[in-house]
Structures are given as C-alpha cells and as structure tokens.
Design a protein around this ligand. Structure first.
Ligand code: GNR
Ligand code: NI
Length: 189
C-alpha cells in the first residue's frame, strides 16, 4: 500500500467531475486501499479520489469505528431540515467554516465487493458523506460560504498556499511504532 500525495486548493482536478466506476478492477481496489492509508496518515474522516489526483467516482470514510468505501455514490434522499456544522478539508489545510447542509441523507453506492447498498446517515456521517460526494462533483465546502466568509477563508489560505508547491501536500510517513493498535497514527509524532 502507498500513501498518496494530497492535492490542495488550486489544483484543477478538485474542480473536475469524476467518472463512475464501470468495473471494480485490481486497480480500483488498490486505489481504495491507498486512499484509506492516506486518510489515516492525514487524520481525516473521509477522502475522495480527486484529492489524491484520481478521477474515479470513489470515496472512503471512517469516523472512527466503521471504515467503508462508496463507489459511484449518489444522495437519493435528503432531509428538508438542515443543520450548521464546522467543516474542514484535507485539501484546504487549516481552514474551517460552518456549513449548512441537510441533517440526514440516504446515499446509494456500490461497496468494495461490487454489491449496491443504501445507507441512511445523520449528524457527522451525513455531513461527511455530503462533503465527499461534493468532491466527486468538483465541489468544495468553500462554495457554500457567503461572499464575505469565502473571501476571508481565501485570504487566510493565501498566507500558507506557498507551502504546497504544485498544489501538492505530502503526507508525512510515520513508522509503525507511531501508530496505535488499530493502525491509526497516534496524536503526537
Ligand atoms: O477530515 C475531515 N473532516 C471533516 C469534518 C467535517 C465535515 C467534513 C469533513 S471531511 C474531512 C476530510 C476531507 O477533506 N474529506 O474530503
Ligand atoms: Ni474534503
């Protein structure tokens, strides 16, 4: 397995729509495994393929105890009631903002085994699924902010953007001793 480089704001791939997966090949399974490894090293709760420079409609999610992949995911139902919650993005490091989204969603997707499934999600899982599916449609959470809040976020981003030459964020590689019994990195390196 490999840790992949994460693309940051400004890389055009983050604005491109993805292509649905037609067949779950070894290449797709390798991508999924590498995305999980990259997400754990970057300490994210989700990761979408464009964030690692790929155009497949695939995202991985793990809020802590239930890792799963969504292949060709679509929101098939969204609650009319919404909630505001703070979001961050591995592709926009250190920028956080409140985003209003439907409180609960039903997502249809295909699993790693090729079997279609539907999953109803609420709270943070609902938010994360919507955030990842947005990535697969070329959307970022910044797009939901008011003009003023987006301008403030972009101004802050520009202060650190030069840390990512070529829009690439290299995720630090840690030794196994730095990880806990679940393979997750420890808090402090
Ligand atoms: O790690 C992440 N945390 C997060 C918090 C609130 C809403 C969405 C997310 S997803 C994010 C990882 C990421 O950038 N996924 O695309
Ligand atoms: Ni993100």
């Amino acid at each position: 397995m490999s840790i992949l480089d994460i693309r940051v704001l400004g890389d055009p791939i983050l604005r491109q729509a993805t292509t649905p997966v037609a067949t779950i090949t070894d290449d797709v399974r390798r991508l999924i495994d590498d995305m999980f490894e990259t997400m754990y090293h970057a300490r994210g709760i989700g990761l979408a393929a464009p964030q690692v420079g790929r155009s497949e409609r695939v995202a991985v999610i793990d809020l802590g105890d239930d890792p799963f992949v969504v292949i060709n995911p679509e929101v098939v139902q969204a609650s009319s009631s919404t909630a505001k919650g703070e979001e961050g993005c591995l592709s926009i490091p250190d920028i956080y903002a409140d985003v209003e989204r439907p409180k609960s969603v039903v997502v249809h997707a295909i699993g790693r085994d090729g079997q279609p499934f539907e999953r109803e999600a609420t709270e943070l899982l609902a938010r994360c699924l919507q955030h990842e599916i947005d990535h697969l449609d070329g959307k970022l959470f910044l797009d939901y902010l008011s003009v003023l809040k987006r301008a403030a976020a972009l101004a802050k981003w520009k202060l650190s953007a030069d840390e990512y030459p070529g829009f690439i964020r290299r995720v630090a590689l840690e030794t196994p001793e730095d990880r806990d019994e679940h393979g997750h990195p420890e808090e402090e390196l």
